[in-house]
Each structure stands twice: as structure tokens, then as C-alpha cells.
Design a protein. Structure first.
Length: 158
């Protein structure tokens, strides 16, 4: 008899909060010990940062709206009702986290902070190990065959 599926992914912190903490910490470090990307801050960098943030937001929103259309949980501590394989999920298993990472990169440009960019590596590592790994364990237990097939076809990130 197969083991009982997990009730949910068991994610402890909301993933957007992890990204926000990275931004706040990066901003604080840059205030204390500035390492500028392009000081004095050129106007083009501000525009680029805003455009990158907008792209990240729209990509994450596409993932959220696709989940809603399929009627499955967006918040990872609620159980999923289905495996979503359409929309941005055709290209990546984690469009919301990619969108948040792109948004974060744009914010780092706006903040003109190498610290913030450096912390993105830590933020992505935490999300990958503490959020995505748990979500994948849960999905494999709840939707074994379907998720295994999807996982074989679509990459985790890009």
C-alpha cells in the first residue's frame, strides 16, 4: 500500500516575504557600506530597473492567474487540487518564483545596489531549498504519476 500523501507542502514562510527580506537587507547594507552599480545613478538605470520589475511582476501574475483559472491553491501551505501545466507552466515549474526573482533584480537596479544583487543568490538558494524542494516533495506524494511526467518534461527554473 502506498504511503499517505502529505497534506500540503509544509512551507514555513510566505515566499514573497523571503524576497522582501533580501531587498530590505540589501538596502540596509548598501546604506551602511555603499557598493553602487552605477553611481551617480544614471536615469537609464532607473528606467531599466522599473521595466525589469514590471516584467517580473507580469510574469508572476501570469502564473497566479493561471493557478486561479485552474482553481488550485496559490499559497503553498494549502493543498493543491491539480497539477497546472498550461500558461507559463509549459516553460517552467516555478513562474511565480522566476517572476519574483526578476522583480527583485529590477528593484536592485532601482536601489543601485550590488549588495542587493549579491543577496539575490542567497534568496534564490533559500527559496529553492526551503520552498521549492518542499513543494516538489508534496506534489510528488499527492500527484505521483502526473507530477512525475510533468517534472520530466518541464524544467524547475528555465
Amino acid at each position: 500500500m502506498p504511503p499517505e500523501p502529505l497534506p500540503n507542502a509544509g512551507v514555513r514562510f510566505p515566499p514573497p516575504l523571503i524576497f522582501l527580506l533580501g531587498l530590505v537587507l540589501g538596502y540596509g547594507l548598501n546604506r551602511a557600506l555603499p557598493i553602487w552599480i552605477a553611481a551617480p545613478e544614471p536615469r537609464w538605470m532607473f528606467r531599466l530597473g522599473f521595466a525589469v520589475m514590471l516584467c517580473g511582476f507580469l510574469f508572476a501574475l501570469w502564473g497566479i492567474l493561471t493557478f486561479r483559472r485552474h482553481g488550485t491553491a496559490i499559497v503553498p501551505h494549502y493543498p493543491a487540487s491539480t497539477i497546472v501545466t498550461s500558461g507559463p507552466y509549459r516553460f517552467t515549474r516555478n513562474p511565480m518564483y522566476i517572476g519574483l526573482s526578476v522583480f527583485y533584480s529590477g528593484a536592485a537596479l532601482l536601489l543601485d545596489s550590488w549588495w542587493t544583487f549579491a543577496l539575490l543568490l542567497l534568496v534564490v538558494a533559500i527559496v529553492d531549498r526551503q520552498v521549492i524542494a518542499r513543494e516538489e516533495r508534496y506534489l510528488a506524494s499527492a500527484f505521483a504519476t502526473e507530477y512525475g511526467s510533468y517534472r520530466a518534461r518541464v524544467r524547475r527554473w528555465i
